[in-house]
Design a protein around this ligand. Structure first.
Ligand code: PEP
Length: 251
């Protein structure tokens, strides 16, 4: 049984006051059962505040990015050890905004994945194709390339302590989500590719869907057999909406 995970990616949004209200709404909306794991990923500067605010609650906290290097003269960067030190559990690596805007390539994403695991944190590895790639029927090729880059440096065993998020780039922040069937097809492809190397790991890994998830579409997306929850951007900034999405993932 895979326990669903819904993680909110706050991106570069929020303020101390807004975060405090959002965390309160999330804590109020928790159902008390553990049928779904809830996580939030605030900007770096607010991580420690949010970690304090959710202390002794089931809500986990993740970072949105990390430096691939362990320590040293890397002005402006944040290491995995620092994220662990303050109490993060998850780290998003390879988000399409990092890949596209900041030119992070597969090799760098793989190094970040390793750096996160070396600190015993759990990477949420984002993969997904652009609209152009989908239209050229290259979705599986692109997703396989992004996965294989990590497998090449980390090995299949590393995926036992990881989460994958399938996020079609054309669905992120556009209001146009993948259909449940489109998501399921790629999720099954990802699981199958991992299962080919290790059936247990392929069967157990959580594969989240991301891309314009909202309360109105979460149920049908999360109802697909290989969709184990979501990575949620815009809708994670509204407490009640986010908690309805979490409710839709409850197993
Ligand atoms: C994301 O940023 O990972 C994302 C899925 O964003 P949105 O839900 O806004 O499409």
């Amino acid at each position: 049984m895979r326990r669903p995970l819904v993680a909110g990616n706050w991106k570069m949004h929020g303020s101390r006051a807004e975060n405090s209200a959002l965390v309160s709404a999330i804590l109020q909306g928790l159902s008390g059962d553990d049928g779904v794991e809830v996580a939030v990923c605030p900007p770096f500067v607010y991580l420690a505040d949010v970690i304090r605010a959710v202390k002794d609650t089931p809500v986990a906290v993740g970072a949105q990015n990390v430096c691939a290097e362990p320590v040293g003269a890397f002005t402006g960067e944040v290491s995995s050890a620092m994220l662990r030190d303050i109490g993060c559990k998850y780290v998003i690596v390879g988000h399409s905004e990092r890949r596209q805007i900041y030119r992070e390539d597969d090799a760098l994403v793989a190094r970040k994945f390793l750096a996160v695991q070396q600190q015993k944190l759990t990477p949420i590895l984002c993969v997904g194709e652009t609209l152009e790639e989908r239209e050229k029927t290259e979705t599986e090729h692109v997703v396989a390339r992004q996965l294989d880059a990590v497998l090449a440096v980390a090995g299949i065993g590393a995926l036992a302590q990881a989460v994958v998020a399938y996020e079609p780039v054309w669905a992120i922040g556009t209001g146009k989500n993948a259909t449940p069937e489109q998501a399921q097809a790629v999720h099954a492809f990802i699981r199958g590719r991992l299962a080919r190397q290790d059936a247990n790991i392929g069967g157990a890994i959580r594969i989240l869907y991301g891309g314009s998830v909202k309360a109105a579409n979460a149920g049908e997306l999360f109802g697909m057999p290989d969709v184990d929850g979501g990575l949620v951007g815009g809708a994670s900034l509204k407490g009640e909406e986010f908690m309805r999405i979490c409710g839709a993932a409850r197993s």
